[in-house]
Design a protein around this ligand. Sequence first.
Ligand code: ZN
Length: 93
Amino acid sequence: MSRDELPLLPLAASLHLADRHFFSLSCRGCQRMVDMGVRRAVRLANGQRTEDWLARLRCIECGSRGASIQFRADTRNAEAIARDGPLPVCQEE
Ligand SMILES: [Zn+2]
């Protein structure tokens, strides 16, 4: 079984981490990458399985369907987070 065939967590399983984490979606056609907040992804997927939602996404650059997903952390230090607040991507609703 390749890495791409492993089952994915439901998007909503990451909601409790939404203030400090986000998703990076990557087009399977052209590798264009878009960051998306956890709350926004959950809203847009609207209950679909993560794999089904990713398969339906269409790239605005090349028109391909299908994206891969990475779960990423806000890696700034505590001082920077206190000074600058949450990342804009983490605040997407
Ligand atoms: Zn693309």
